[in-house]
Design a protein. Structure first.
Length: 617
């Protein structure tokens, strides 16, 4: 049968059946090789378009932090500038100007210092740096040209923030890590010390890009297991991981697991103590891939940015909560002294003299234009309203999930400030009912700082009552309804091996983006509850069926084989789920006292009743 199917729709090397190709108006001998002849553009479009229909719907993809909504006006700007290369500064000077404005906006949003005098700044800087680097301040009036350099009478220019767009936060993290590594190496070289064994500190809840930096650029990664209470950096372990070779520490503002914010100020205080006790001057790079946009608007008094003295650089993703299409990240350095000269390259082969310090070179420019459009269109008010709605809906979802009794939330955005998500035994700390009132859900000052992310798992009571139900089946069944919600393991924590064994170490996670409307949220809530109730009913039905089968076997003094019992139980369980636990549509398979070899295939797949006779349409 499988061979016949392959002959119909295509063989193992990817050839398309001639009939299907003819119907599509296009001839494809092998879809994994470029065809010899041209094809009709419309037919080719139809062929690809129809195949892509099988992809998930972006709006229902609640697994991703990436923005999936694009307004008509921004679409027009994207199409108008689709072919522009951000690397071609000389050819597209206005696009470069918009890029510089975006960098300045972000630096201002993150409270980058300006106008300070760099006491140890170099007395000269390349002319290209002044003309092409994106900084907050304009070139100061006391800068005078001298050959190929500019002489600075006042060093304030070097103390203004500098930054660039990247292809995403991953590239931005690479740049931030490289800058810390190069500065550490330069300091070690100047002192005549070993500079071949750098290390960097991060929590186990870090995104993979942080680990990639360490592995790709030969830096020892010192991963600290997260605290079991909030699943964020365990601050008590920082000091013991610092030494003379520590180039810096990654601090995460917006964990991908729970959405929680690590305490940048607290890390800064600990590093101050390390320097006082051991003399190690260790900087901080803030991974604000998502929190870099959320924090300034919802938590303006929360100090996580350049207001914290040791923060050397910050990255964020424009394509996440910057609300741009995928492919845009940003990195901002505190000032130009934090960006080592050896990371900069001067280029002339695109027309003018340009300076580059990104890892990627040619890349689309329309995302930068989209970002600037969002800054102007939304402003502080618009970004606040969007994130305010997302956070409020996240708390509604969190409280609802816990009210069902089936789930407990691991994320902490719905808990009062200072209250951790769980105790060591997995139970919640007490939460007052007052903070659950609808009127309080949008008062963000009452709650823990976090992204609009809801991470949840089965309660201990539910797991004990229904051990047959794997948590991962929720993600699978929701996918059948169109929802994309992941189920995955939690990061390594400071729990003992015994505690880990006795704890549910998996979570389901929902990213509540702003295009998850109230209507969709209501639908999601109902779908989750409906699925749980179907599973519960299915388990109860199968349990009864199994119990009755065994009792009948004992009463009739017959013995069913263990394989038959297991096979039949699994079959009935899946059958029950497939029929939404509806007893009227189910004909359970009976437990038999026959050998496996004597079972007939058609008996194992007997016809079932159907509540609807609409057929497969």
């Amino acid at each position: 049968m499988l061979t016949q199917i392959r002959k119909l729709v295509g063989n193992t090397n990817g050839a398309v059946h001639p009939l299907l190709a003819k119907l599509a108006g296009i001839s494809i001998k092998d879809k994994y090789q470029i065809p010899e002849n041209t094809s009709d553009p419309k037919s080719t479009y139809t062929l690809i378009h129809d195949e892509l229909i099988l992809d998930g719907k972006p709006t229902l993809n609640l697994a991703s932090f990436v923005n999936t909504f694009v307004s008509d006006e921004s679409k027009n700007l994207i199409l108008e500038n689709l072919t522009k290369n951000l690397a071609d500064n000389d050819e597209y000077p206005i696009m470069l100007e918009l890029h510089q404005r975006c960098v300045s906006i972000l630096a201002n949003l993150w409270n980058a210092p300006t106008g300070e005098i760099a006491k140890s700044a170099p007395m000269s800087h390349t002319a290209s740096s002044v003309s092409t680097n994106s900084t907050i301040d304009e070139v100061p009036g006391d800068v005078t040209p001298s050959g190929n350099t500019l002489n600075f009478k006042n060093h304030s220019y070097l103390k203004s923030a500098i930054g660039t767009a990247t292809t995403g936060s991953s590239e931005a993290i690479m740049l931030g890590g490289l800058a810390m590594k190069k500065k550490w190496q330069a300091k070690r070289k100047a002192l005549g010390l070993d500079y071949y064994h750098p290390n960097i500190i991060m929590a186990s809840c870090c995104q993979v890009a942080l680990e990639k930096f360490a592995r790709y650029f030969d830096v020892e990664e010192r991963v600290i297991p997260v605290s079991s209470t909030d699943l964020l950096l365990d601050y008590s372990k920082i000091k013991e991981n610092c030494d003379e070779n520590t180039i810096g520490i990654f601090v995460i503002v917006g964990s991908t697991y729970t959405g929680g914010f690590e305490n940048v100020e607290r890390v800064n205080e600990i590093l101050d103590e390390v320097q006082e006790e051991k003399g190690y001057d260790i900087p901080i790079h803030v991974d604000g891939a998502s929190g870099g946009f959320v924090a300034p608007f919802l938590y303006p008094d929360y100090k996580w940015d350049f207001r914290v003295p040791r923060v050397a650089s910050i990255n964020t993703s424009g394509h996440k909560f910057g609300l741009v299409t995928a492919g845009l990240g940003w990195i901002i350095f505190r000032d130009q002294t934090y960006l080592p000269e050896e990371l900069k390259f001067q280029l002339q082969y695109l027309g003018g003299l340009e300076e580059s310090y990104t890892i990627n070179f040619s890349r689309p420019g329309f995302q930068v234009i989209h970002q600037y459009y969002n800054f102007l269109t939304l402003g502080r008010e618009g970004y606040f309203e969007i994130f305010d709605n997302s956070l409020t809906n996240s708390r509604v979802l969190s409280n609802f999930l816990e009210a069902t009794g089936y789930f407990t939330c691991i994320s902490n955005l719905h808990l009062p400030k200072g209250v951790s998500t769980r105790n060591a035994d997995g139970s919640h700390e007490p939460v007052s009912d007052a903070i659950k009132e609808a009127s309080s859900l949008s008062d963000h000052s009452l709650f823990n700082e976090a992204l609009p992310v809801v991470s949840f798992q089965f309660t201990e009571e539910f797991r004990k009552q229904y051990p047959e139900i794997p948590q991962s089946i929720i993600a699978t069944l929701l996918r059948n309804k169109g929802w994309i919600i992941p189920n995955y393991p939690l990061p390594k924590s400071n729990l003992t091996p015994e505690q880990v064994t006795n704890t549910n170490n998996e979570i389901l996670r929902v990213v509540v983006r702003y295009n998850l409307t109230n209507q969709l949220l209501d639908k999601l809530i109902h779908d989750i509850v409906d699925l749980i109730q179907v599973l519960i009913k299915s388990v109860d039905l199968v349990r009864d069926n199994l119990k009755n089968g065994i009792e009948k076997s004992i009463k009739e003094k017959k013995s069913s084989s263990s394989s038959d019992i297991g096979d039949t139980t699994v079959y009935n369980m899946l059958l029950s789920i497939a029929n939404d636990g509806n007893e009227k549509t189910i004909n359970f398979r009976n437990y038999r006292n026959t050998s496996a070899s004597s079972r007939s295939t058609h008996n194992r797949h007997k016809k079932h009743k159907h509540a609807s006779f609409r057929g497969t349409c």
